[in-house]
Ligand binder design. Structure first.
Ligand code: NDP
Length: 292
């Protein structure tokens, strides 16, 4: 069994991106600029934005975080988005989800200029992705594809079960793996799936993205399967300084001995999500700066 080291793969990709940024700067161009909008004080969101900011610094991007109060209205947020759409010094921006309940996530996503939508959530990018056209791919599925590629994991002709059908993880993941080049036979499971353990047990590749800690147990896994754990849930812990620990959607101790490859939590998919966001931002900057 191989433990997939997302941290190491991300570190290598970070170096490659840093090299491209250095080349741009040496040609007298400005570095790529990513803006993150953070509304409210949700602890996990603050941590994620902090990680993104740190990664921007590491690869040489300019990074700006707009911290807006919880009471920000939808109209105010949409105004900020319009300003970022028009700002030629900004290559890409993200609005950290979840948003406070009084703001429509869908309206916000659709307000972002698809050319600056480095999260790849805008319906234009989703539509292009589904059609197999160049687009900004959603960061988590793209990061998972990078891991599969890096480890040379065969996908063609394999059966893949994706647990979860969200617009940002499950659905794009299932779509991408079914596309030419990846060639998986994909099944999507969700909360209404009948006999889910049996469906999962048929899979060569299992991608767990449901947000239910340790949901996938050893008895659901076909021997030799590849298991990708996307879930991150904060649970209280007396053993850590922060007072919480992170759990994945997979019961690691039971599943790891049965499978051929597995991603740990943390250190598996998480670092790859951030690096894919950097990749998208670099692409957006190159388009804006060089016009290609
Ligand atoms: P959502 O809550 O948007 O979607 C969860 C999906 O899982 C839904 O489709 C839901 O089904 C399904 N689901 C929930 N419970 C069950 C169940 N008991 N059985 C079967 N299906 C179930 O979550 P996200 O896709 O946004 O995120 C999923 C997890 O991944 C979370 O833990 C999140 O924190 C993590 N995540 C990690 C990232 C990373 O970088 N590692 C990035 C993004 C997310 P239904 O549609 O029927 O309700």
């Amino acid at each position: 069994m191989v433990v997939i080291d997302g941290k190491q793969v991300a570190a290598q990709m970070r170096q490659e991106i840093a090299g491209e940024v250095a080349a741009m700067v040496s040609q007298g161009k400005r570095p790529p600029h990513l803006v993150a909008i953070l509304v409210g004080t949700d602890g996990a969101s603050q941590t994620y934005v902090g990680h993104k900011e740190k990664c921007c610094n590491e690869v040489g991007f300019r990074s700006t975080v707009l911290r807006l109060p919880e009471e920000t209205t939808e109209a105010q947020l949409l105004e900020r988005i319009a300003a970022l759409n028009a700002d030629t010094d900004v290559d890409g921006f993200i609005v950290q989800l979840p948003l406070p309940r009084h703001i429509s996530e869908q309206k916000v996503i659709e307000a972002i200029d698809p050319r600056k939508d480095v999260d790849g959530f805008h319906p234009v990018n989703t539509g292009r992705m589904i059609s197999g056209l160049p687009s900004y791919l959603p960061a988590t599925p793209d990061g998972i594809l990078s891991l599969l590629k890096y480890y040379g994991i065969e996908t063609a002709g394999k059966t893949c079960v994706v647990i979860g059908r969200s617009n940002i993880v499950g659905r794009p993941m299932a779509n991408l793996l079914s596309q030419k080049g990846w060639d998986c036979t994909v099944t999507i499971c969700h909360s209404r799936t009948a006999d889910l353990p049996q469906v999962v047990a048929s899979a060569d590749i299992v991608i767990a993205a449901l947000g239910q800690p340790e949901f996938v147990t050893g008895d659901m896994i076909k021997p030799g399967a590849v298991v990708i754990d996307v879930g991150i849930t904060r649970v209280p812990s007396t053993r850590t300084k922060s007072g919480y620990k992170l759990l994945g959607d997979v019961k690691y101790d039971e599943v790891a001995p049965k499978c051929s490859y597995i991603t740990p939590v943390p250190g598996g998919v998480g670092p790859m999500t951030i690096i894919s966001l950097m990749k998208n931002t670099l692409k957006a900057a190159q388009k804006q700066i060089y016009g290609n």
